[in-house]
Design a protein around this ligand. Structure first.
Ligand code: MET
Ligand SMILES: [Zn+2]
Length: 802
């Protein structure tokens, strides 16, 4: 083993999509058959080289292992899966003669093929990134496949860079995995740790042989509470890392990272395991206690890699405060390196690109490139003393100073309103009282709703025409009046289609929304949007989170501002006798999918957003909209990783939803919509939202969520999705009937709604029309069966296609 010291400044990862989304374009061209494999590989290699050059320009060392070689083409967990040769059994036919998956095969795992769905996509910790879940069974093969990792190291060396390869560490990789379908009941992927570790050891040896002095193993799962008991987890960590660091010829030195939180007692385990460097997320509070600091002073103790610059948000760091913190660690006799708290792939590349942003706001921000410079500054300050970086410290302090004082950051009227909110204002009448008021209500001239009402989740297909009209309006080629006319016509088309299909509760289709959060950010004070601020969501998919920098209220005069969804939704209602459901994005989701101010508690920010939405809800009601849906697909996403922190989060998030929705009359029906996640663990919070009706993604999991809701005694209106809208596949009427029957086995008929899993904006009209026809027909059949006095009893069908 070599003993090259750990670099004094580093980052744990960098955006990989490219400043101009070069990787996205290269991937999508390749998948569409518009470019060759060679062209894709060349584009990816060019991007790696450009990244190294940029990082060195920003002050990281070219030769000291400070540059992470972390360039997954699709996902870092998938790359670790392929490097381990862990081919899931349902993809076994794709393995080559050597047992490995080549690039094309790995894309099948990521994207599926005609015969099989892809690996499951799930949220990466408390972020909006999604990783591909490994599927592990008792017999899943493990074989070191270091070729791609080694090629990256060698190519970098040829270009003059000594880089640090990155893998998901063995414990986290197994904790992130799920048991494959063939695994026996009770099988836990962690049971395979002992077989997995030698494969990691082999990968490490190969990387060392290729010239890597340091390898980074990411163990973020150690900062989240797991189902595994603490002692078993500590044992797993100990076994894995003492084995990987056991004296062995030709291994690289190991950095273990623990982003997104604190490893808690596992800090002891890791620090004593023999690893050479341990990364802690100081931003998320993983600041070692005096007793823990002693662990870093032992002989053979690891270097403390201090994640001092926030990789997960966009605010310029308090450099002086951070430097003082680092100096304190150093004074305790600990060897300290400076790093980002998480990989920088959660933030966009470079704030200098945002030339349209107010320069004052821009001066408060720090994207990936600025963060690298902050790290380099801190590291210089630590080595040479604060005077050596006095200019940088002062500039950072000044930016933070203007931020604290700037108009709009604190708006007295908004604050006063939030402060004076009483509990009475955020509660509605008891659910049964509301239910009676809503039951049999003629929401419109068309009369009361039938049993098992049919509806959709809000958006209709965003066709090329809709996108192009929006682009032309943005570019000034279509004037405001022309664009408005276009949108009104589009809404009319969507309303007529729903009438023709026979849906009971209509929607306006959301054609005016580029994105369900950004559209709201554009109409609320306190938000800014970016032009190039793309962040990877999964694979080649990127989102452009808005920046919530100030106090929030609707744009326009006064603290209430002006309604911005009413013109569209009201227009839809004016066209039809059937009820139109108004659609809003909820406060938690707006926060989760934006970069949020860090100068006050999230709950406070959520409350302001909620008040702005409460105004919109009131205006919709006043405009005659009797059903209003407030979407919270991200409710589960912000759930803290530690159980002890969860109740406080659920408190403020549920409260924010109620602030937004409780200002209406009893007979106004409030809906919410949840998707994307396992909601089983937050069922009581869903109940706490106090919505009259909840639609929830359920088709893919074959209504599993209903078991949780039933167990929790959930008795409100519920619309479990009966059409998985994530692929163009059209479900048959019979298939939907089966799901409806299954749902009726769990919930009373008078609470059940029939709807798809989620919005239809990514779908085409052909499959939308066909699927909704089947959905409406299935609802009719179910109604007839419910009404038939002597008809065959509805049966829950078992063994329908899984
Ligand atoms: C990700 S949830 C989406 C809800 C939104 N109303 C839509 O239909 O698109
Ligand atoms: Zn959804």
């Amino acid at each position: 083993m070599t003993t090259v010291p750990f670099p004094a400044a580093t980052i744990t990862g960098y955006p990989r999509i490219g400043r101009r989304r070069e990787l996205k374009k290269a991937l999508e061209a390749y998948w569409a058959g518009r470019s060759s494999r060679q062209e894709l590989e060349t584009a990816a290699a060019d991007l790696q080289l450009a990244t190294y050059r940029r990082l060195v320009e920003l002050g990281l060392g070219a030769q000291d292992s400070s540059l992470p070689a972390a360039f997954p083409l699709y996902d870092q967990v998938l790359d670790t899966t392929t490097a381990l040769g862990a081919v899931p059994s349902r993809f076994a036919d794709l393995a080559g003669a050597d047992g490995g998956l080549d690039l094309d095969a790995s894309f099948v795992l990521a994207r599926g093929d005609a015969g099989r769905p892809p690996l499951e996509l799930t949220k990466w910790f408390d972020t909006n990134y999604h990783y591909l879940v490994p599927e592990i069974g008792p017999a899943t093969p493990f074989r070191a496949r270091p070729e791609r990792l080694v090629a990256d190291v060698r190519r970098a060396a040829e270009d003059g860079f000594a880089v640090r390869p990155v893998l998901v560490g063995p414990v986290s990789w197994l904790l992130l995995a799920k048991a494959d379908d063939d695994a026996p009941a009770g099988f836990d992927p962690l049971q395979r740790l002992a077989e997995l570790v030698p494969v990691y050891a082999e990968l490490l040896r190969e990387l060392a042989a290729a010239g890597a002095q340091w390898v980074q193993l990411e163990e973020p799962a150690l900062v989240a509470d797991q189902d595994v008991p603490g002692a078993a987890l500590a044992e797993a960590v100990w076994d894995a890392y003492t084995a990987l660091t056991a004296p062995a010829a030709g291994r690289p030195q190991l950095l273990v990272t623990t982003s997104y939180g604190s490893p808690g007692p596992l800090l002891h385990t890791l620090a004593g395991s023999g690893i050479e460097a341990l990364h802690l997320d100081l931003v998320k509070g993983a600041v070692p206690s005096a007793e823990e600091l002693a662990l870093f002073r032992d002989e053979d103790a690891p270097v403390l890699v201090a994640g001092a610059v926030d990789g997960h948000n966009v605010w310029r760091a308090d450099l002086a405060g951070r430097l003082a913190q680092l100096e304190e660690l150093a004074r305790a006799g600990v060897e300290v390196s400076v790093a980002s708290s998480t990989s920088l792939f959660h933030v966009p590349h470079d704030v200098e690109e945002e030339t349209q942003l107010d320069p004052v706001l821009r001066s408060w921000l720090s994207f990936a490139d600025q963060k690298v410079a902050e790290i380099v500054t801190l590291s210089r300050g630590l080595a040479q003393g604060p005077d050596a970086v006095a200019g940088e410290l002062e500039a950072a302090a000044e930016a933070r100073g203007t931020r604290a004082e700037a108009p709009g950051v604190r708006d007295a009227a908004v604050r006063e309103r939030a402060d004076s909110l009483t509990d009475a204002e955020i509660g509605r009448a008891p659910a049964e009282v509301r239910r009676r008021a809503q039951e049999g209500r003629s929401f419109t001239a068309s009369g009361p709703l039938p049993p098992l009402p049919t509806t959709t989740i809000g958006s209709f297909p965003q066709t090329p025409e809709v996108r192009s009209a929006r682009a032309r309006a943005r570019a000034g080629q279509l004037d405001q009046a022309g664009y408005d006319r276009f949108l009104r016509e589009e809404i009319e088309r969507v309303v007529r289609l729903q009438e023709e299909l026979g849906l009971d509760v209509l929607v306006h289709g959301e054609p005016e929304r580029n994105d369900m959060v950004q559209y709201f950010a554009e109409h609320l004070d306190g938000f800014a949007t970016t032009v190039h601020g793309w962040v990877q969501s999964y694979g080649s998919r990127c989102t452009r989170p808005s920046i919530l920098w100030g106090d929030v209220s609707r744009e326009g005069d006064g603290v209430r501002g002006e309604a911005f969804t009413v013109p569209w939704i009201g227009h839809a209602q004016s066209l039809t006798d059937r009820p139109v459901k108004g659609m809003l994005t909820g406060p938690v989701t707006i926060l989760a999918w934006s970069f949020v101010r860090d100068d006050q508690p999230l709950g406070r920010t959520a409350e302001q957003v909620a008040l702005a939405l409460r105004d919109e809800v009131a205006d919709l009601e006043a405009a005659g909209i009797g059903i209003i849906q407030v979407d919270e697909p991200a409710l589960r996403e912000l759930l803290p990783l530690r159980r002890e922190d969860q109740p406080a989060y659920l408190d403020w998030s549920v409260r924010a939803f109620r602030v937004a929705t409780s200002g209406v009359r009893d007979e106004t029906q409030i809906h919410t919509h949840l998707c994307y996640s396992e909601f089983g663990e937050v069922v009581s919070a869903i109940d706490g939202l106090d919505a009259d009706v909840t639609s929830i993604e359920a088709a893919r999991s074959r209504m599993e969520v209903l078991t949780d809701l039933e167990a929790a005694g959930f008795s409100r209106g519920i619309g479990p999705g009966v059409w998985d809208i994530h692929s163009p596949r059209v479900p048959s009427q019979e298939e939907i009937e089966q799901l409806v029957e299954r749902a009726l086995g769990h919930v009373p008929a008078d609470t059940l709604w029939i709807n798809p899993d989620c919005g239809l904006k990514t779908r085409g009209y052909a499959e939308t029309r066909a699927s909704l026809e089947h959905l409406v027909a299935a609802a009719r059949t179910a109604r007839e069966q419910l009404a038939a006095p002597a008809g065959p009893p509805l049966q829950v069908q078992h063994g329908v296609q899984a």
